[in-house]
Design a protein around this ligand. Sequence first.
Ligand code: LMR
Length: 329
Amino acid sequence: TSSVFLAACGSDEPASGGSADGVEEMTIKFSHVVAENTPKHQGALAMKEYIESESGGKIEVEIYPNSSLFGDQDEYQNLVSNNVQFIAPDLTKFVGNNPQFNVPALPFMFENDEEAIAFWDGEKGQEILSSLEDDGVLGLKMWPNGGKHLTNNERPIESPDDLQGLKFRTQGGQVLEALYSELGAGSESIPFSELYTALDQGVVDGQENTFSNIESKKFDEVQKYMTVMNHTRVDYAVFTNTEFWEGMNAETKEIVEAGLEEGTKVAREEAINLNKEAYDLIKERGETEITELTPEQIEEFRTALEPIYEEFEEEIGADVYEAARAAAG
Ligand code: LMR
């Protein structure tokens, strides 16, 4: 009765003019670890706005940024338990479940977002995103962040030898670990929420991240040097709990799915905008000394890291390499 009354008053009508009558009332939680001025948060926000407006307020979407609900260590388990309905982790954080999630860590594989998107939207990428089904988790859509760059407190990094003896924080994963050890450096996986302090206190000498993550968490404040490398990437996918996803009725799911599409569009646009903006801000702040490598210097790193490909071919799969190279053009 109330929905008829509200519909008559027009207050429960979705903005599109469609009917939200059959939409279930629910609260959906989206948890992530990064700041608010990032492509991931902006994508989540667009998703929230679309779903809340199209459902006439019946669906509420709560976003928890900055590891405020769950962090790197516990967000996956809480998705499995349906305590959170959406997370969008850096894919390299899932290598423990499936080593094929190492793709964003393959050195110099993708030059830009477009190539990475082509891989994850393609058949192999989709297969990898579907590989968590046994846990009751569905990988839905890839959201890029961007290429990673090296920061550290010891010296300007201009050649592979410059990493000797330094220790870097990684997001996790076998390939990132191998990459640093190939260059004579050590590595340690540390949750994103603890990274600023770890850099500040010298637990590690450096780290690799996107301009957006470096700027929004002010890592440049506690890192003397930054080298623009674009050697590996931060790429996400939005993951959901299968039971939640399949339990929605058709009207509800239609709105949530369209909301995800809207969020994907915004996240993909903002990945480019916000990383550009962040690089400018880092330069403006002038806290860290920036090295931009020449093509010849990049080539030296590429050559030094070439053995990684052979080392992981069996674990990741020649078919995955082939699909990634095809997407990279
Ligand atoms: C990191 O841990 O450095 C990133 O993966 C954080 C993120 O979600 O972008």
